[in-house]
Design a protein around this ligand. Sequence first.
Ligand SMILES: Cc1cc2nc3c(=O)[nH]c(=O)nc-3n(C[C@H](O)[C@H](O)[C@H](O)COP(=O)(O)OP(=O)(O)OC[C@H]3O[C@@H](n4cnc5c(N)ncnc54)[C@H](O)[C@@H]3O)c2cc1C
Length: 388
Amino acid sequence: MAQRYDIAVAGGGPAGSAAAWHAARAGARVVVFDKAEFPRDKPCGDGLTPRAVSFIQKMGLAAEVDKFHRVNGARIFSPSEWALSFPRRPGMPDHGYVARRTEIDSVLLKQAESAGVEVRQGAEVVGAIVDDDGRVTGVELKTGERVLAGAVIAADGAYSPVKRSLRLASQYNGYSAIAIRAEMSIAGPETDSLDIYLKLAFQGDQLPGYGWVFPLGGGRANIGLGYCNSYKKWHQINATQLFGEFLSSLPRELDVPRIDELRESRALQAWRLPMGFTAWPPWRPGVLFAGDALGAARPVSGAGISKALQSGTAAGECAVAALTNGGPDDFTNYAQRVRSDWGAEYRRGRFFHRLVGIPAVANTGIKVLDAVNHPGFRSRALFWEGWR
Ligand SMILES: Cc1cc2nc3c(=O)[nH]c(=O)nc-3n(C[C@H](O)[C@H](O)[C@H](O)COP(=O)(O)OP(=O)(O)OC[C@H]3O[C@@H](n4cnc5c(N)ncnc54)[C@H](O)[C@@H]3O)c2cc1C
């Protein structure tokens, strides 16, 4: 016989853990399914922005997150070097961290478990269960087990099997980036900044993207690059080759490994990064989408962990509120919350995503950033509303 929960969460990444924790704290009976066994890795730059840190703190993990490598700002190479500090905002830290996903994601999932969430690892969801009225009523696992719930939260990542099983379209479909990264040794003094390299070219075209060097501490760094699919030749790019060129362009004193060594040691990981709401509206009867399954990452910058935590938090709280006050057919409260918190920002972001896909525009933008030495202007131009 099928089990029944108030809320079933597919995916135990940052979005799923935040959703489950908030729903359980509001009194719901919650289960999380993740196909992986934790600790598991996730291809990522491992950079936690101040906003991401604030959501982790909200889950009672201020001391835990403080154990990771702290960063106090960003250094931008465009190609001249300039520094940006994180803005001071009420109730939010003025610093971030670089945290391996094997570690921070386990901390988050464990916190959900300690709030009473049932966590089932090694449990692959193959799709949603849908009733005759088209409402999602649960999830089906690879083993054939069917689990019923008042609401399903799809937090199952960029390739979301729940979303795919529902064959959903979004009016904003198609906004995404491709990113590749590796963890490696790095020489030189320890830094406390996220280093971002804006000059990234393919066949002489400036790409809508950037390379990064994020310090993990202890002589290790997460290095990678990403570019948006608004560049019309994006599918011709060999990401590994581009990454190799980026590594050889880095300062010699960093003494980073060659691309062949990374390839041989299987350290390279590439992944898709949907952005700008690729599942809009963010709910359908019986189901809410969060994190990469929602396409919640910020257009162009690709900051996705903070938005996974933010959308997960909202999905968990809104699911419980809707189930308590009406039922699973209407999660408009979730759409309203996401739209009022960051809808306008993402309207501009999608426009920016398309615009910087034109190499001449991207090139001019970088030249202007390089020339206009004003931190407020640079911060707004790069991150629209400061570093989030
Ligand atoms: C190379 C790269 C670098 C990035 N760098 C940064 C960065 O530095 N900072 C930042 O903020 N963002 C970064 N991002 C974006 C960030 O990684 C994502 O936005 C974030 O991980 C989204 O979290 P999530 O919880 O939605 O999804 P995920 O973290 O992908 O978690 C989804 C979970 O669902 C599980 N799952 C998948 N399929 C199933 C299934 N069938 N059944 C059950 N479980 C399933 C997975 O095992 C996984 O645990 C980067 C992305 C890429 C690709």
